[in-house]
Design a protein around this ligand. Structure first.
Ligand code: PRT
Ligand code: ZN
Length: 283
């Protein structure tokens, strides 16, 4: 049976539990548990701090894990990144006080940079031939310049609000991160088979997120036009109606373009449009 390590509390915990739930796997969201058995899939769940997940997977304490790519890159443990999970998106960026007239990376030469990600930052400076002092700080990195502990910072940015609040400006994005599924490189054939099933479930959920199921009625002569409005759709489901001049079309549309497409469909005569939530698309 596979053992999965997930964050016990924090930013990734809730989205991890809900991805598993959508995939039919219920794990306890309890912050106090260390290990439990999931329901709906043969899986032990190990609850850890995110910092410890890459090592737990590399050591084989857990076979697989869900953690930010930033932690995987920082810890440099021997694990395989198997898939992106579509949540926990952020970037790791260099930021400088807003008063600085920033000429480019050369500005960092000889400067002190505070970060909780010293490995990623040193690698980046080495690649760019910059000689800077990397100061490792466990938390509240963004206050380091204001209190004179550093000239600049390297930290996680999501909305950018924290940087602005602290009088800092994002200058260089070093890596982009999101939650990923990692595995121990030598879990063996049997566990690989179980993992393939789990990844299949996750992939279906991720692909169906944001999709809507749309049904509408349309004059029969407009079907070709409707198909041209809905590109990427291999073949719509077309059902005949009691009125021989009309048909009913069923399609799947991403919510980002839903309203634009509905307006176009209405303009060619679509009527009685139903938009339904879509739970899963299994290919
Ligand atoms: O206790 P444990 O060690 O498990 O948790 P943690 O405190 O180390 O991590 P946690 O729960 O804060 O974050 C877990 C993971 O979420 C990170 O490793 C990232 O992969 C991801 N993530 C996504 C983020 C953010 N977005 C994020 N915005 N992690 C942290 N932040 C912080 C950032 O450090 C900064 O202080 O939020 C602030 C910036 O946010 P904005 O929106 O103001 O830019
Ligand atoms: Zn952590």
């Amino acid at each position: 049976m596979l053992t999965i390590a997930i964050q016990n509390k924090g930013r990734l915990n809730e989205d991890t539990i809900s991805l598993m739930k959508d995939a039919g796997i219920s794990a306890s969201a309890s912050h106090r548990k260390l290990i439990s058995d999931a329901k709906g899939f043969p899986l032990h769940v190990l609850y850890l701090r995110d910092d410890d997940i890459p090592q737990a997977v590399a050591m084989g304490v857990a076979d697989i894990g869900i953690v930010g790519l930033n932690e995987v890159l920082e810890k440099e443990q021997d694990v395989d990144v198997r898939m992106n999970l579509g949540f926990g998106a952020c970037r790791l960026s260099l930021a400088v006080p807003k008063s600085v007239d920033y000429p480019g990376l050369s500005w960092f030469e000889g400067k002190r940079v505070a970060t909780s990600y010293p490995v990623i930052l040193r690698n980046f400076f080495d690649e760019n031939n910059i000689h800077a002092f990397v100061h490792e700080i466990a938390g509240s990195v963004e206050v380091a310049p204001a209190v004179g502990m550093a000239d600049a910072i390297f930290d996680i940015v999501s909305s950018g609000g924290t940087l602005i609040q602290n009088g800092l400006r994002e200058e260089d994005v070093v890596i982009r991160s999101e939650a990923v599924l990692i595995s121990n490189p030598t879990i063996g054939e049997e566990k690989e088979e179980e993992l393939a099933k789990l990844m299949f479930r996750f992939q279906s959920i991720i692909e169906s997120r944001g999709m809507k199921y749309v049904l509408f009625n349309l004059p029969k002569e407009k079907v070709e036009e409707a198909v041209s409005i809905l590109p990427g759709m291999k073949s719509p489901t077309i059902l005949s109606l009691a009125d021989p001049d009309w048909v009913s079309l069923h399609v799947v549309i991403h919510e980002d373009i839903l309203w634009e497409k509905i307006e176009q469909l209405k303009s060619i005569g679509a009527a009685d449009i139903l938009v339904l939530a879509l739970e899963n698309v299994i290919k």
